[in-house]
Design a protein around this ligand. Structure first.
Ligand code: FAD
Length: 112
């Protein structure tokens, strides 16, 4: 399926996917499962945020190998945790970032 001609031939036979073939041009090679990687991103560099007023959640924060099928649950959990924290502290609280970091660290320790 890495061969573009075979990949497109297969897509063409899937009624739900076939229409997409005629409306776009590939921008990359065929990427199996969109790349199976575990990747964590941070907006903190050298202890300081590189951008303010932006919080990463979902795949932007933590992209997990799709075969583990946990991406949607993780993203929903992160969004819920962020909403709860903002409700507790208020969006302008100066401790918001530190508390977010503390809770993320605690959650990571609990994750096997
Ligand atoms: C092949 C594959 C299979 C998977 N299977 C599973 C599974 O079975 N179970 C599971 O839990 N997870 C699975 N995942 C992972 C799951 O799809 C992701 O973890 C989840 O979709 C992440 O949600 P998200 O909202 O963070 O990001 P996304 O779903 O990627 O949403 C981001 C959205 O932002 C839009 N966007 C990007 N840039 C901009 C911009 N500049 N302006 C406006 N909009 C923008 C994008 O178009 C997209 O709609 C799979 C992933 C892949 C690739």
């Amino acid at each position: 399926m890495r061969d573009p001609a075979r990949f497109e031939a297969l897509l063409g036979r899937l009624p739900v996917m076939a229409p997409w073939l005629s409306v776009g041009d590939p921008i990359t090679d065929v990427t199996v499962m969109a790349g199976l990687a575990n990747r964590r991103r941070t907006l903190i560099r050298d202890g300081a945020p590189v951008v303010r007023s932006l919080v990463l959640v979902g795949d932007a924060l933590l992209y997990t190998n799709a075969t583990f099928v946990q991406g949607i649950a993780l993203g929903a959990w992160e969004a819920q945790a962020l909403a709860r924290l903002i409700t507790d502290l208020g969006v302008a609280d100066p401790h918001l970032h530190g508390e977010l970091k503390r809770r993320a660290r605690r959650a990571r320790r609990r994750t096997p």
